[in-house]
Ligand binder design. Sequence first.
Ligand SMILES: [Zn+2]
Length: 242
Amino acid sequence: MPDISVLEALLEVQRLDNELDQLDHQEAALEERAAIATLNDEISGLDRASAGAEAERDELRKRQRSLETEAGDVEQKAAALDAKLYDGSVTSPKEATALGDEISGLKARQSELEDQSIELLLELEPLDEQLDVADAARAQMSSTIEGLQGELERKVTDIEAIRTTTKTARDAAASGLDDERLAHYSKMRITYGPSAVVQFDAGRGGGCPVAMSAVELDRWKHLAAGTLEPCVDCGRLVAKLD
Ligand SMILES: [Zn+2]
């Protein structure tokens, strides 16, 4: 029969393992993680919406610049003809009239191109605005994420420190148990979770979470302190300390 200190060590190992599990849960469930994930989703949604607007804006800008270039070319061409009209090289009135007509045609074309360019600039305005708003929202969310990440790191560091202390205490308690007993306990833990080992308690259903039957309870009442055996009802290891 193992001595009482072995039973106490086993219960202590289990208590500390339960604490370590709780620390894992606590770390995984830190609210900052969920908040960061939500913000990242929102940024992704914003990116998708902005991608469409950006493509549209780029296309409009391209068309607008091309109109501007064309208007400039037409303007230059009209200016060159205008210069020719007055540089004395045109002597025939008929030629001068034809040239004048050509210049008027070019100026009309220039004005038409400039109007179209302005229309596109007006179409670009709301798109630019939409993209600016998205950029500002993205920057705001990124900065919030940064803050949350800092907070998360601080909390994780705190939990890690507690984990290190708990792990050291757990290993110290486990040093009071032989490998075979530890291996058995680990196997039981897979099945019974945080209450693989229970301390016999005559008043509280024998200490078993599902409560011992009256027969099993009576059997345990007559066992000596230091007994470590499975409960015949549920299979958990029962430790009788006194
Ligand atoms: Zn039981």
